[in-house]
Design a protein. Sequence first.
Length: 374
Amino acid sequence: MKAKKILILSALLGGIVLPSITSCGTTDLVFFNWGEYIDTDLIKQFEEQEGVNIKLLTFDTNETMVEKLESSSYDLVVPSDYAIEELAEEDQLLELDMSKFSNYSEDKLVPSLKSALDNLASGDDGFDLLKYAVPYTWGEVGLIYDSSVISEEEIASEGWDALITAKNADGSDRKVCVYDAARDVYSIALSATGNNFVDPTDEQLDEATTWLKTMTDNLGDNLSFKTDEILDEMPEHKYDICLDYSGDAIYSIMNEADPISPLKFYIPDAVEGSDTRTNIYTDALCITKNCQNVDLAYKFIDFLCTTEAATANTEWIGYTTPLEEVYENVTSEGGAYADVADAYKVNATDKDHFYRYNAELKAKITDLWNANIR
């Protein structure tokens, strides 16, 4: 199984023009995606099937992608949910025509994901992501931990506070890593303090900052902030516990060096009295307003939504598929993720929310992060 493996080179090349999959001919579709986030054999298969040439370009953050779209032309992009909302507000995305699809429809999505997206769209200030995007992967933010060091009972009792606890039950120093992303870390800090991360008040942001300061003060040199390095270091059990995305957790679990003391993935329950448990996310396929070949973009999306292509892709990249049939197949007996189904299956609840695009909140979190945490 070729699980997703983001290389440092991909991060360094984020947003830089890379060679197209085919080496000659004109470009018919420019596909802007995360690094190592598609089985390129599928691109070759589609090129041969349609007699076209797709140029694959990569980015390493949503912010890089949004910035590049302001100055360069791309046909098909794969932003995360909050970035899709930002691009839609800026009128950069095409509203989807569902009649163009023969393989994809909303009723083929995993029901819990569809429910979460329906909740996102509800209310006066809701955002209908499915109006602009076809989900590509999805997951949640949680804790991956070394079960030989931290017991299931221990992590269940500590919840998110497992990230600010300096000592393990045996008295050893706890080695903690958090994904180096202000947005996600503050989302969890807000959840840990019993607040929501969709529209927090300044007072609630201060509470979250205090919680994060406790983490940095308690752990000192035993706290690390990492990104793609986690994919190499967590399978080697370099940390006792790590705040990470479920998709990366799947990779770590399937590639750990010492399966005798297995890594496990856990999402704490919501703090008593709070309506927020964790951050749910989806990366999705979007057609830009300046797409030069709209019909081909629809065809490529629809191709990726076939059972065969979606199965091959999810087995290659390691992130959870949004398509229910594939989701069930790869986690059933004999499926690629049968042995890690607990981590692969996203058990979303009504207390799991999407992070929303809010320019003012983004600026506040960035300022607090830079001034107090990093």
